[in-house]
Structure formats: C-alpha cells, structure tokens
Design a protein around this ligand. Structure first.
Ligand code: CP
Length: 303
C-alpha cells in the first residue's frame, strides 16, 4: 500500500522496518551535514486544515533532509475559504506534478477518503479524533530508545481519551509490539468502546502511575470539548494532573511523555514537564527521523 492512513492498517513488521530505517536517519541528522539526496525526484505537499506546530514542521524538515521538493498549504489562507472542495483542492495541487500528500484534517476518515479519490500517496498527519499514526510511531520509538524495548512494558495513557487521535494510534501500536496498555481519566472523557480494544480503565491516577513504566499524558482538547463535560480545568488538574510531589511519591521512576502542545499546570506541571523523567523533547526530536523513515519507505514504492 502506498499510504500511511493509520496504525490499524500496518503490522509489527512494518513498524520494525520503520524503526530500523529511523535509526539510520537519526544517525544522519546528527551529522554535520544533515541531508541525504534520496528523494531528489519526489515532490510532497503538506496540506493542513487544522493547526499544528510539531507535526507540520517535523514533516517539512524530514522531507527537506531527504532532499524532496516541498510545498506547504494552510487551509486558512487558501481557496478552501472560497468553498473549494477537498478533492478539487488536492487534484489541483497534484496537477502541479506532486507525488505525495501529507494531510491533517478535522474529520475522522478524511485521509482514507482522500486515498480513495485521488492518485497520490497519502500520509495521515491526524484526522479528527481518529488516528495520528506518525505520533504513535515516534512515541513507541521514544519508549524503545529510553527503555530498550516496547514489548512487555506497561503504558498508561492519561486524560482526554475521547477526543484523542494520539490515544487510538498509540493503543494499536503499543499492543502490536507487545506492550500492556491502560487508560486513566474522567469517566466523561473515556469512550465506551475502549475495553473492546483490550484496554483496561484505571480511574485512580495514583494506582495507574504505580502500575506503569510509562505515562503518556494527553492534552485536554478544549477545542473539541462540549461545555457540559466534567470536570472543569481546575478539577481536572487536581484529579488527573501530575506534579512533582506525586511523581516523587511513587515506588519507582516512571517515564513521562506528552504529545504536545502542553497545557502547563493542567496535565503536568512545569517541574514535571522539564524534569529528567520527561522525554517530551526527545519525542519531538525522534519525530523527524520517524517521518523521514515513513516518507522514504513510501517514496521507494513510487520511484
Ligand atoms: N503532537 C502534535 O500533533 O502536535 P501539533 O498539533 O503541534 O502538530
């Protein structure tokens, strides 16, 4: 398949190959000359219908490190605002001889829909509350880097599971690699289907943290939140936020992850975010190598 639409559509062998390829590219981007000429004949469009800092810049940098030609499109400044459809927009971009499209969209299934309707390789950079596959890959890669392996590790995903594409992609990726996954958060932010995925719910944050090796602290997605969702931000921080006192009172040293952007003082305090137990900036660093690997492997099927 010439697309990366979600972790659901790939397997453990694909993940292993992506990680091996990312290992090579991580070494490349730490050299004085950070570029390779691999994709000089490939043109990639990054089309973002939702805001992004990390994912958009990380994809752009990954593509440039591979020597691809890159165009970036932000829906807010485009003719989408004049009513142009998604398919018309992308077909117009493709007629400029573009080979691959990286897309973020607020609708679940948007990347899959595009893959069915245009002739290009599609990479999902986040589709609503559905999947964010490269985030899950860089998260697992960061666990592997920190703890040696993902298999056998206990990972708790904390917070706003209901609105999170990061949660679903992480659950698929972690289970595929043999990790055990629990979720922890307010009942109103845990989807009913979660246990059907083989994921246990631990409502008590302290118990969840005492159980796990890794805590992935999700962002509370205020922009997707219904006003009636309990709890308030202050109550959330009190019941589900991690501070230094809580972290230091645990019976072991756990790894703290966060996909970003952080609501400092809500999901985690600044002391936790900036502590030695946090791998948050390692996740961002690894994102470039992971996205280089994904694009390189997909492009090898185009060339
Ligand atoms: N983690 C993540 O997707 O961040 P951005 O929304 O800034 O891309």
């Amino acid at each position: 398949v010439n697309h990366l639409l979600g972790i659901k559509y790939i397997n453990k062998n694909d993940i292993d190959l992506i990680f091996e390829t990312a290992d090579h590219f991580k070494e490349v981007i730490n050299r004085p000359i950070k570029k390779v000429p691999s994709l000089r004949d490939i043109t990639i469009a990054n089309i973002f219908f939702e805001n992004s800092t990390r994912t958009k810049l990380s994809f752009e940098l990954a593509q440039k490190r591979l020597s691809a030609d890159v165009i970036s499109f932000s829906a807010a400044q485009s003719s989408v605002k004049k009513g142009e459809t998604l398919i018309d927009t992308v077909n117009n971009i493709l007629s400029m001889k573009v080979d691959m499209v990286v897309m973020r969209h607020s609708n679940p299934g948007a990347a899959h829909f595009l893959s069915q309707n245009v002739k290009a390789s599609i990479v999902n950079a986040g589709d609503g509350a559905h999947e964010h596959p490269t985030q899950a890959l860089l998260d697992s890669y960061s666990i592997r880097e920190k703890l040696g392996d993902v298999a056998g590790k206990k990972v708790v995903i904390v917070g706003d599971i209901l609105h999170s594409r990061v949660a679903l992609s992480n659950i698929y990726a972690l289970q595929m690699q043999g990790a055990e996954v629990k979720v922890c958060g307010p009942k109103t932010l845990i989807p009913k289907y979660i246990e059907s995925l083989g994921v246990k719910v631990e409502p008590n944050l302290r118990k969840a943290l005492e159980w796990c090796d890794v805590a992935n602290m999700l962002r509370v997605q205020n922009e997707r939140m219904d006003v009636n969702y309990f709890p308030s931000t202050r109550e959330y921080a009190q019941q589900y936020g991690v501070d230094k006192t809580l972290l230091e009172s645990l019976n072991k040293e756990i790894v703290i992850m966060h996909p970003g952007p952080i609501n400092r003082g809500v999901e985690i305090t600044s002391e936790v975010a900036d502590s030695g137990q946090s791998v948050i900036l390692n996740q961002v660093e690894n994102g470039v190598a992971i996205r280089m690997a994904v694009i390189y492997l997909l492009a090898s099927k185009i060339q």
